[in-house]
Design a protein around this ligand. Structure first.
Ligand code: LMR
Length: 401
């Protein structure tokens, strides 16, 4: 029965981590996967996460009972408020259904399964370029393969807003559109506030259904509210939409798979039906989500002082990334690498879309043991004071070769 199974291509992001792990060179540098590293290159457990982890471990009343299908109630409550804002009219009018999800990917997966089952066989438009997994999740959920809309202009290294608006204005009415709420992955280029207003206008006139993917809230500007601006603009306009959240990056709980899917309805009538069907879908997929990470995230978000500590840690992490942007740009200017490297400091979030070609990326991997995705995306969080000059010199060599 297995003879007709063909080998799947390696994942363009996760295969980089595997290749890095297998490389015995002491000089190796991993700039592939978007995971925060400290200045000595180590994974980082946020002190506030560790604090609650220890507290729960020592608390005799801690159990490992099942959660309901839609997850930890206190987590869902705070998660919705984190992204939509405490004053959200959608929350006040009880037009939001929030379910805990297996991080951002899981939220997308449930959302698209819900769309396939209950909204219909709609087309899904994704930005070009986008996070590679968007292209996997949509058809896996039973929808047609995704369609691209223009997003990035390589010459200006900025959002191609006119191309984007044009493509959405000829999209099939009622289609779903994925937007990155902030810190666009991989380009690090976000629409301006004025751009978002124009995008919303087209979305409304074409009755498009936005699906916001928010994997980096707090990582673009260092401020959780600022990074929720675009999502809130769309939600406050009163349309039907979906919002995915992840706590992988902003709480550093990558492996705990903590996230949420928010379905925002234009009217509260179908809320109970939507919630019941989401629970049913989850029951059939994995029954109920894991408790550990959600318990920690809920504890952080529901206590004022802990929330403040989290905000300070976010500011610290995004400041280190910002410092690395400046250090890399300056090192490239200093070593005379041909070209203008200002985009490295102008882009935001965890990544820099360097403009390096796939050949240059391969050259750096083979000669210098520096790993990044083949589209030239560099995880700035993977750079440290002790590797930044080495990486800058390797980029110079790759560009000149
Ligand atoms: C990335 O883009 O590197 C991260 O979002 C990790 C992932 O799952 O791909």
């Amino acid at each position: 029965i297995f003879d007709r199974v063909k080998e799947a291509p390696p994942d363009p992001i996760l295969s980089i981590s595997a290749a890095y792990r297998a490389d015995p060179s002491p000089k190796k540098v991993n700039l592939g996967v978007g995971a925060y590293r400290t200045d000595d290159g180590s994974p980082y457990v946020l002190p506030i996460v560790k604090h609650f982890e220890q507290q729960f471990a020592n608390d005799p009343s801690t159990t490992h009972e099942y959660l309901p299908q839609d997850g930890f109630t206190n987590f869902n409550y705070h998660s919705a408020r984190l992204i939509l804002g405490h004053d959200s009219s959608a929350l006040k009018e009880e037009r939001v259904v929030t379910v805990q999800a297996l991080s951002g990917t899981g939220a997308l997966r449930i959302g698209f399964a819900f769309i396939a089952n209950f909204i219909g066989n709609r087309l899904v438009y994704i930005p070009n370029p986008t996070w590679s997994n968007h292209r996997n999740v949509v058809p896996q959920a039973g929808l047609p393969p995704t369609k691209n809309y223009r997003y990035f202009e390589p010459n200006t290294r900025a959002v191609d807003i006119e191309g984007l608006l044009q493509d959405l204005s000829i999209a099939i009415e009622g289609s779903i559109v994925i937007f990155h709420g902030c810190a666009h992955n991989p380009t690090g280029a976000d629409p301006s506030k004025a751009d978002w207003q124009r995008i919303l206008k087209v979305v409304k006139s074409k009755k498009l259904v936005p699906f916001f993917d928010n994997a980096y809230q707090g990582f673009a500007s260092g401020n959780l509210d600022t990074d929720a601006w675009s999502t809130r603009l769309f939600v406050e306009s009163g349309i039907d939409m979906f919002v995915a959240q992840s706590y992988a990056k902003n709480m550093g709980m990558y492996g705990e798979r903590v996230g949420a899917l928010n379905v925002i309805l234009s009217s509260s009538g179908p809320v109970t039906a939507v919630k019941s069907q989401l629970k049913q879908l989850i029951r059939a997929m994995y029954s109920n989500p894991p408790l550990h990470g959600a318990r920690i995230a809920a504890a952080i978000m529901s206590d004022k002082e802990s929330f403040r500590q989290w905000e300070m840690e976010l500011e610290k992490m995004s400041a280190r990334i910002q410092t690395m942007r400046l250090r890399l740009r300056d090192a490239l200017n200093k070593n005379g690498a041909p070209g203008n490297w200002d985009h490295i400091v102008n882009q935001i979030g965890m990544f820099s879309f360097t403009g390096l070609t796939s050949q240059q990326v391969a050259f750096m991997r083979d000669k210098y043991h520096i790993y990044m995705t083949s589209n030239g995306r560099v995880s700035m969080a993977g750079l440290t004071e002790s590797t930044v000059d080495y990486v800058a010199d390797a980029i110079k060599d790759a560009v000149e070769s």
